[in-house]
Structures are given as structure tokens and as C-alpha cells.
Design a protein around this ligand. Structure first.
Ligand SMILES: Nc1ncnc2c1ncn2[C@@H]1O[C@H](COP(=O)(O)OP(=O)(O)OP(=O)(O)O)[C@@H](O)[C@H]1O
Length: 258
């Protein structure tokens, strides 16, 4: 078995003033090239876990490791390498994109910060093509694009520095159902093409089923079930997982994963 690229040990998060912890003793190993879905109802701790895996927040207890070492902090070489290697795609494409920057500027920003030696314009053109957007979109502003196009821009930006891991928090929840399927298809194709490790956070079982070969089910800050997505869907063990599955009448985005 390959060593995990990202892992969490006994991870805990207790927000100041909160009555109960958002995360308790979470252990998780994400193997390189794996496609993991984190599923659970609102408030179960999914986004908190994602932010801790991204190093955007410090845990109250436990730790996150990247390639077997604690996530590097500060401005040194290893911290820059972590920021390049692990990228995020957020839920709301409008809020996650700066309204006054052109699309080209938005996509190029991580390249400028982390790969200044690359030709920015060429990279932007490559990325727009990779996410099936026309080249002239580079000169436009985010508000001139549709929701689906904006989410494609967010994906292009995340891929701009050739990351190894992409953590997507509700990547298609803000989109119309028909556009959702297209963006999911794009994410699937890019993940396979770039050999990415993907972590998808969603409250929607259909989206996890469409993108992830492996799923972790969260309830009240804990992972209550973790295994192959197909096995979890076909033969759920935990009562909460059964409840989640029963609440979804159909799973619309089923991919071709075994
Ligand atoms: N910055 C914060 N300060 C205080 N409490 C927080 C903060 N962020 C999250 N929480 C609390 O932590 C718990 C877990 O929240 P989190 O957002 O991680 O869950 P989630 O499963 O992602 O939910 P959702 O799907 O609604 O985003 C909730 O009780 C939430 O109110």
C-alpha cells in the first residue's frame, strides 16, 4: 500500500465558545492518487476537516501530515511547496474569485506567487483550454461569466501550479443540476489526466458517488464509516449512513468507477 500523501491523526477542533467540539479524534489517511469523498449532514465537521487538511486552520489537538511530515508553516521553501502541492476549490465560485480581477489574472495569481519562472500568459491559455473555456475569457471579469464558467475558472486556478492534491468543498453545490453534471465530468477527467489526489467535501451523496472511489461518512465531528464508495452505498454498516442513503431517492451522477 502506498504511503498516504495527506493524513490526520487524532485530529480535534473545538472552536472557542462552542458547546461541543466540531471534530473529535479524526484519523484519516489519503493515499496519493486516491479520490476520497467526505460526506455528512450540515454541521458534521466536513469543512472544518477540509480547512485543517489545507493548513488554513490550526487544530485544537492532533495533527495533519503531508508526505509523512507535519504541515509546514511560515514562509520557507517547504511551506511554499505545501501551498503549491495542495490546492482548494471552494463552493461559491463568485465569492472565491476576486470581482475586480480579470479571469486571466485570477488564474495566474498562484503561478505569480509560486512559479514566477513560468510564462503566465501561456499557462493561462493552456488552463482555459483544459477547462473547455475559450481563450478570450482571460480578459473578462468573473461577473460576466455564468456560474458553471466561474466554477471552471476556479478549477483552472487550482490546477495552475500543477498541484498533487485538490480539496474541493461543495464544488458544484451552487450550480444548476444540468451544469453540475458537466462540471463533475470535467473534474473527473482532469483528476484522471493530471493523476490528482482528490478530496471532495459534500452533503450530497450523488456528487460523492459521481467523483470518488472512496468515502468517509461524518456525523457530529467523527468519521463513522470509511471505505470504498460502492461498498458504502451497497452495504452501509452504520445506521447514520443507512439514513443518508435512504434520504436520496436516486444517485444521478454515478461514474464508471468499479
Ligand atoms: N469559525 C467557526 N467558529 C465557530 N464555530 C464554527 C466555525 N466553523 C464551524 N463551526 C462549527 O463547527 C461545527 C462544524 O461545522 P462545519 O462547517 O465544519 O460543518 P460542515 O459539515 O462543513 O457543515 P456545512 O455542510 O453546513 O458547511 C458546526 O457546529 C459549526 O457551527
Amino acid at each position: 500500500m502506498t504511503a498516504p500523501i495527506l493524513s490526520a491523526s487524532a485530529l480535534g477542533m473545538h472552536y472557542p465558545g462552542a458547546r461541543t467540539p466540531a471534530l473529535t479524534e479524526v484519523d484519516l489517511a489519503i493515499r496519493a492518487g486516491g479520490h476520497l469523498g467526505i460526506i455528512g449532514e450540515s454541521g458534521s465537521g466536513k469543512s472544518t476537516l477540509a480547512r485543517l487538511l489545507l493548513g488554513l486552520q490550526r487544530p485544537s489537538s492532533g495533527s495533519v501530515q503531508f508526505r509523512g511530515e507535519p504541515i509546514p508553516t511560515g514562509r520557507g521553501r517547504s511551506a511554499r511547496e505545501f501551498r503549491r502541492a495542495v490546492q482548494v476549490v471552494l463552493q461559491d465560485p463568485v465569492a472565491s474569485l476576486s470581482p475586480r480581477m480579470t479571469v486571466g489574472g485570477i488564474i495566474a495569481e498562484p503561478v505569480r506567487a509560486l512559479r514566477p519562472e513560468w510564462n503566465e500568459r501561456e499557462r493561462v491559455a493552456e488552463l482555459l483550454a483544459a477547462v473547455d473555456l475559450p481563450a478570450d475569457v482571460a480578459q473578462r471579469l468573473p461577473r460576466e461569466l455564468s456560474g458553471g464558467q466561474r466554477q471552471r475558472v476556479a478549477i483552472a486556478r487550482a490546477l495552475s501550479v500543477r498541484p498533487e492534491v485538490v480539496i474541493a468543498d461543495e464544488p458544484v453545490s451552487a450550480l444548476d443540476v444540468s451544469v453540475r453534471a458537466q462540471v463533475l465530468q470535467l473534474l473527473r477527467r482532469l483528476a484522471a489526466h493530471e493523476g490528482l489526489t482528490v478530496v471532495v467535501v459534500s452533503h450530497d451523496l450523488g456528487i460523492i458517488d459521481g467523483l470518488c472511489t472512496e468515502a468517509a461518512v461524518m456525523q457530529r465531528g467523527q468519521i463513522v464509516e470509511h471505505g470504498p464508495t460502492r461498498q458504502i452505498l451497497d452495504d452501509p454498516v452504520h445506521p447514520y449512513t443507512r439514513e443518508l442513503i435512504a434520504s436520496v431517492p436516486t444517485l444521478p451522477y454515478r461514474s464508471t468507477h468499479p
